[in-house]
Every structure is written in C-alpha cells, then in structure tokens.
Design a protein. Structure first.
Length: 131
C-alpha cells in the first residue's frame, strides 16, 4: 500500500504519466466532461471532497507551469480564485471564457470531478518540468 501522497490510484497514475505541457483538470461537480476525456469521479455528496482540498493534494505531487481558469470564476467566486492563486504560488494563471475553458477540457489527460458546488470552481493545470 502506498504510504504518502495521492492514494487514489487513477489520479496517481495520471499525474505520474504527465509530460511537459500536458493538462489535468480539477473540477466542480457540474462541469460537463467530454466523453473522450478520462473522468476520475471523486464526488460523494455536496462539498465532499471540496475543490480546494482536491487541488491542494494534486499540487503536492504535480509540477505546474501555469494554470487556466474561467473568467467567470474571478467575478462569481472571487474567494475561490484567491485561494487558487495562493495554492499555485508563482505559477501564472490565465483566464478565458467558460465556453473556451470547457472546450480545452477535451484535450486534457483527465478531469477530476469533486463534490464542489461553488460556481466555476474549475482549473486546468498545465504540467511543467522539475529540471
């Protein structure tokens, strides 16, 4: 049994398999997930697990070069946006319309669906390199 880090096997495998510029999405419960994109569904009930808790755990193992959020997050859920900024540290955050954001999920390696019910609590993480 794995002792530390991400215990969820599908998430651990996806993160371990990411190459430079590959993307991984951490999403709220309502984000539509394209059928061609791997769905890792963690949602148990409203708020469990939360978007921010899930993002925090993923960021412990994933090297992130930059992130993308929907412009709507900044207006509608500013507290979540602020928390995402804090968690990402120096990694730049780009904003685009929710429509374009949803289209980008098609090329992501996976979407991790949480139980989050906060509007626009979604982020696309762009993998960096550790060297």
């Amino acid at each position: 049994m794995k002792k530390i880090g991400i215990l969820n096997q599908p998430i651990s495998a996806v993160v371990a398999g990411l190459g430079h510029m590959d993307t991984l999405v951490v999403a709220d419960a309502g984000l539509p997930i394209p059928p061609e994109t791997q769905r890792i569904d963690l949602a148990l009930t409203a708020g469990i697990p939360s978007f921010l808790d899930t993002l925090r755990v993923v960021l412990e193992e994933m090297q992130v070069e930059r992130a993308i959020v929907a412009e709507e997050m900044i207006e509608v859920s500013p507290d979540v946006y602020e928390a995402v900024q804090e968690l990402l540290g120096d990694a730049p955050i780009e904003a685009e319309t929710h429509l374009i954001f949803k289209e980008r999920t098609r090329s992501s390696r996976a979407v991790i669906r949480t139980g989050e019910f906060t509007p626009y609590a979604n982020v696309i993480l762009v993998a960096g390199v550790t060297f």
